[in-house]
Design a protein around this ligand. Structure first.
Ligand SMILES: CC(C)(COP(=O)(O)OP(=O)(O)OC[C@H]1O[C@@H](n2cnc3c(N)ncnc32)[C@H](O)[C@@H]1OP(=O)(O)O)[C@@H](O)C(=O)NCCC(=O)NCCS
Length: 162
């Protein structure tokens, strides 16, 4: 089996994201929700996939968008069996660099305060906490959890040499 590759989501492949999101989140957006999001202006997606004799298997995904000079990470997930191998980190760095190339100068995201793995992932890539939405995630019967808003300044794109 190959090392997972991170590739751009192709138009029409939103079902891949919906299926992966279902395996990673307790409150996935569903096929229509993912399709609507992917169709929004400025949205792009990434897929992490492995190739074996059996073919290509998607194991992770990320969706992000760029509006004017601001990027936003909309969702990211890796199948449980493929976690803790740096895959989300690779997708995040790819999303940051693509957002930067598309004109973003910063990137925002929201994360549940008790999501230690995701917070570690973002902090490692330079995201800082810039805000909090009190009780934003409500998943009864669990107690409501705050959302943290995290932001990173993206590097300016390299000047083109003449
Ligand atoms: C969050 C998630 C995307 C991370 O995927 P991943 O491929 O395992 O991430 P990586 O291997 O690139 O990095 C994970 C980091 O978290 C750390 N980590 C893992 N579990 C942890 C935990 N319980 N507490 C603290 N840190 C943890 C790892 O050590 C690693 O840190 P490092 O970059 O300093 O080495 C994955 O756990 C997931 O899909 N979770 C469910 C969906 C989700 O919560 N998405 C984020 C919503 S904001």
């Amino acid at each position: 089996m190959s090392k997972p590759a991170v590739v751009l989501l192709r138009p029409g492949d939103h079902a891949l994201v919906a299926r992966l999101q279902e395996s990673c989140f307790s409150d996935p957006w569903g096929m229509d929700g993912v399709a609507r999001t992917v169709a929004m202006p400025g949205v792009f997606g990434l897929i992490a996939r492995v190739t074996s004799a059996a073919g290509r298997t998607p194991v992770g995904f990320a969706l992000a968008r760029v509006a004017a000079d601001e990027g936003e990470l909309l969702t990211i997930g890796v199948l449980p069996a493929w976690r803790n191998q740096g895959l989300a980190g690779r997708m995040l760095v790819t999303a940051m660099s693509r957002a930067c190339a598309l004109g973003a100068r910063s990137m925002l995201l929201e994360v549940a305060e008790n999501n230690s793995a995701a917070r570690a992932l973002y902090a490692r890539r330079g995201f800082n906490i810039v805000g909090r939405r009190i009780g934003y995630y409500r998943r009864p019967p669990a107690a409501a959890v705050d959302a943290l808003i995290m932001r990173v300044v993206l590097p300016a794109p390299m000047e083109k040499h003449r």
